[in-house]
Ligand binder design. Sequence first.
Ligand code: 3H9
Length: 701
Amino acid sequence: MSEPVSWRRIGAVLRVVVDHPPVNALAAAVRQGLEAAIDEAERDAQVAAVLIMGAGRHFIAGADIREFGQAPREPSLSRVCTRIEACGKPVVAALHGSALGGGLEVALAAHYRAAAPDAKLGLPEVRLGLLPGAGGTQRLPRLVGARDALELMLGGQPLTAAQAHAAKLVDRLLPGADLEAEALAFVRELLDRGAAPRRSRDAAGLEDRAAARAAIDAARAAQARKAPHLLSPHRIVDAVEAALERPFDEGLALERRLFLECMASPQRAGLIHAFFAERETAKVPEAAAAAPRAVQAIGVVGGGTMGAGIAVAALRAGCRVDMVERDAAGAARGRAHVEAILDGLVAGGRLTAAERDAALARFGSAHDYASLRDADLVIEAAFEDMAVKQAVFAELDRVCRPGAILATNTSYLDVDLIAAATSRPADVIGLHFFSPAHVMKLLEIVVPAKAAADVVASAFALAKRLGKIPVRAGICDGFIGNRMLAAYRHAANVMMEDGASPYAIDAAVCDLGFPMGPFQVYDLAGGDINWAMRKRQAATRDPRARYVQVADRLCERGWFGRKTGRGWYRYAPGGRAGTEDPEVLAIVEAERARAGVVPRAFGAQEIVRRILAAMANEGARIVDEGIALRPLDVDVALLHGYGFPRHLGGPMHHADAVGLAAILADIRAYAADDPLFWRPSPLLLRLVEQGRGFAGLNRLE
Ligand code: 3H9
């Protein structure tokens, strides 16, 4: 294995290469190597300048996140950056691929920056609950001004090389065909000009103090509004304020203190759990065991919202897509749907007109299944009804070529029964997209009993190609996500009947960090859809289960939510934000009386505790039954499909953070209100008995 940092003198330039796969993260050995390289540059009289580069696909993607939470090891990255900046010979960083977090901080400590066209420069620490902790909060504002620096640090989104050049973060754009040669030429040019070290700490970006102050105040107000419950965005603003108000070294010391505060916070642990978990869900036994089948031509059955969104996702990934509807009018509507989504993307600047045209050139819509004859994979997105789906699959079985993968987008139905409608159950799988399917990241890959391993592997490969985050799920009513949602809703409904107002529940859930509360979601999705499902489930519902009827009373009045102007909330025509409705509260009161409930008060804290305990308990059942491979799969499904607050890491990570014994104690206490629902999951009981957490189950043995 090569050294993580190596150097070689090329003429008067010491070329330093960071080579620490997969992403050149700044592990202790890399930090030591960088420090030693600078020492070498100063020691060797023949060296006139230093060039720092990254090997492989990236410059440096940041601090080594896997080291977080362990005892700190010297040298700190902050010290390394100070050492680079203090070097008496010009230091140049040549960036390509990712120059993120600590990687960009290394580049900021260098005296000059050059970038290849593919370089991405960013400070995404905020997405991990951190702030740039190696001088980034002090150097960047001095280089580019407070406003741009705050935007980069609070948004977490990287700049392209061209954007960074325009922002004066990069001194020279290089063609990138031979980065080393081009960068060496740039360094020689600097030496020929007699360029000296030029330190970011001395840069004048904060000279316009009034502009900097205004940017800081605006950012502080925006974060108070947008992210009151998050720690690191507020600390980032504090650190930039220090850059304005204090000498550099004092600012650096404050940055360190604020960084350590963020590092110690449970939010950082939750966000980093989310980062690794969403990379881990693609690691499933089938993907390791079998090579995926080639998938280029995709069929979509159904041209409604879901079918059109799936078609757009596949078109954007460069696939050929053929859509099938029942009749010519349906096929035309399906095409119009797809065109409308693509046009919306063009209008929003996320697609060029040429890309839209190219996508449409790969798209066909018809009302004849024969157009699916050559498809490699067909995704059925027809009406959610077993008989309808089985009829579609029988037809697909008839027309599709041998080896084609047949997928259903069902969100609840038994995929084994759907597969049984074909003569090739090994080729059948569930691909549960979330609406809008061209936007939402989650893809539940539902694996029926007879699915072939290479079909499962193909589904994971497709997810990657579509830019989705796949989660493997087994078969049960609602799979992972909707089953968790059902438990969440049940807990909310029962609390409401027992005395909490639906508005107080929504508010408590939003304060926790969900974008919407459960009753707001009902109104958005349309109360009629859930009502139809409740009616379907009535026959099989356990008679001992508590069933709260308030939603039925609203639906009986035709109050289906936003689309009817009334639901749990009242809506102005075309309005999105609802207002509380005293008539709904009267219905809630009447239902409480009918059910013989004596209402009691629920504080916001109890509301969220109950909801999170319900999710942890249901998640434990889902893992125990093998529906999810690991607790982290439950976390990722909830984070990416249901708006679970990312800083809590997901319901299972959060339960670990609270402590499973405390969750179990809550569940036992709540059982008095609703004994059937609040039965502790056997897995939860076992883990508490063994003194273990869910995290221990996250590795596949
Ligand atoms: C920071 O820098 C703090 C400093 O300010 C202060 C310090 C004092 N560390 O995503 P991929 C792994 S905070 C360790 O699949 P891609 C990743 O887990 C950091 N490991 O590839 C995966 O492992 P595995 C700020 C890391 O090509 C493998 O690398 N930086 C790190 O789709 C490949 O990753 C960031 O937040 C890391 N920093 O995307 C950047 N990064 O194969 C985080 C990745 O075992 N990283 N791994 O599953 C990214 O955004 C993406 O990984 C990147 C590549 C865009 C670089």
